[in-house]
Design a protein around this ligand. Structure first.
Ligand code: C5P
Length: 397
């Protein structure tokens, strides 16, 4: 996936630095050449020798190492790379990057580069949430720097929350996204995914069995072809892919709002299993259980997001793709649905329980286009995603 790519990996001084050694291995497995740069603080956590041994490359450490300057100046070093990855990006490194400082080799390289930069922040949750860090983050994003993570979870310091560095595999995914020069480079694709949760009261909701697996695979496949993907997801079972802009929503109304915010797009893929109805009598406080009295729920129709976008008079994406989860007469129902919703393509599948598709790893779909219907053999959701992404790339030319 990364054959021939040169990655300059700046390892910052944080406990997550140990994961950066694994990252070196994973990047090399994908065919990339990795040149490690350690900050002085990083050397407290990992040794230059282990980074060098895993990378099978010289490790750079000091700005004033004259031998290195004779061999390769810092300007050249920063530009010989296809991508600079900062992992872990500590609060201090982010602050220095945002401020444009160049007081060590790492920050000098970052200031001198003309190549894309991807950061994987890692720090204590309070440090991450501190207004200063959030201000620096906003500056860095404004400068066009890509970010992966941080993830939420238990921290080495015993606290819980956002601040854990993304896992090596996730960083590898983001690296390939950042480097993607595929057929969809420069295109914006919107993908909806997952179920929606429609509240009954503050603690109860109505949901469906969608895992979000197919939508996630599609977003990943589009990003791998170079698309800028906005991924609007309901509460799914699977984590969102790396290298896409994630917008999390709960209800259909929130999903519509997020979709409208994310437009314009060249293509929109509606893989979400949006609830058809919401509880119009949703209670602001928890409904009490009373002996012998059953609550009565009333419903209202949810907005049809796909039909709304497909019917836009102005700013409609050039290609609008819907899904049809059916249990009977799949192709006939989906063909009718394509016309009713006004979308260009429908990916139809049979979600009868015996197919094991809903929540499973495989899918058997029929693609409905204005030219007719095409039955695809049963294959993994990743394969469906790749085939669909390939067709989308062809259609967008
Ligand atoms: O009408 P039905 O739910 O079968 O249509 C499925 C397609 O419509 C999917 O692409 C789904 O994402 C989309 N949809 C939507 N908003 C709704 C209902 C469905 O975008 N409220």
């Amino acid at each position: 996936m990364l054959a021939g790519k040169r990655i300059l990996l700046i390892i910052g001084g944080g406990i997550a630095a140990f994961k950066s050694l694994e990252l070196i291995r994973r990047l090399r497995e994908q065919g990339a050449t990795v040149t490690p740069v350690l900050t002085r603080a990083a050397e407290e956590f990992v040794t230059p020798l282990s980074a060098s041994a895993l990378a099978a490359e010289k490790v750079y450490r000091d700005l004033f190492d004259l031998t290195d300057e004779a061999e390769m100046g810092h300007i050249e070093l920063s530009r010989a790379a296809d991508l600079i990855v900062v992992a872990p990006a500590t609060a201090d490194l982010m602050a220095r990057m945002a401020g444009g400082l160049a007081n060590d080799l790492a920050t000098t390289l970052l200031l001198a580069t003309d190549k894309p930069v991807l950061i994987a922040p890692a720090m204590n949750v309070r440090m991450w949430e501190h207004p200063a860090t959030q201000r620096n983050l906003a500056t860095l994003l404004g400068d066009g720097i890509a970010i992966i993570g941080p993830n939420e979870g238990d921290m080495a310091c015993g606290e819980y929350g956002p601040g854990r560095m993304a896992e090596p595999d996730e960083i590898v995914g983001a690296v390939s996204g950042a480097l993607a020069q595929g057929p969809l480079a420069g295109r914006h694709v919107l993908v909806t995914s997952g179920p929606t949760h429609e509240p009954i009261d503050p603690v109860r909701y109505i949901a469906n069995r969608s895992s979000g697996a197919q939508g996630t695979a599609i977003a990943r496949a589009l990003a791998a072809r170079g698309a800028h993907v906005t991924f609007v997801t309901g509460p799914a079972d699977v984590p969102p892919p790396a290298g896409v802009d994630v917008i999390r929503v709960a209800t259909a109304a929130e999903m519509l709002e997020a979709v409208q915010q994310a437009l314009p797009a060249d293509c929109a893929v509606f893989a979400a299993a949006v609830a058809d109805w919401r509880v119009s009598t949703a209670s602001a406080s928890k409904i009490k259980k009373k002996k012998g009295a059953l609550p009565v729920l009333e419903f209202a129709e949810n907005p049809d997001i796909l039909a709304h976008v497909a019917g836009m008079k102005r700013g409609r994406p050039a290609l609008v793709v819907g899904f049809a989860a059916e249990t009977d007469d799949v192709a006939a129902n989906a063909t009718a649905k394509r016309l009713r919703k006004g979308c260009d393509w429908i990916v139809a599948n049979d979600v009868s329980p015996e197919t094991g598709i809903m929540g499973g790893d495989e899918n058997a779909v029929t693609l409905i286009t204005p030219d007719g219907s095409d039955d695809w053999p049963r294959m993994s959701k990743d394969q469906v995603a790749n085939r669909l992404a390939g067709l989308i790339a062809e259609a967008l030319g």
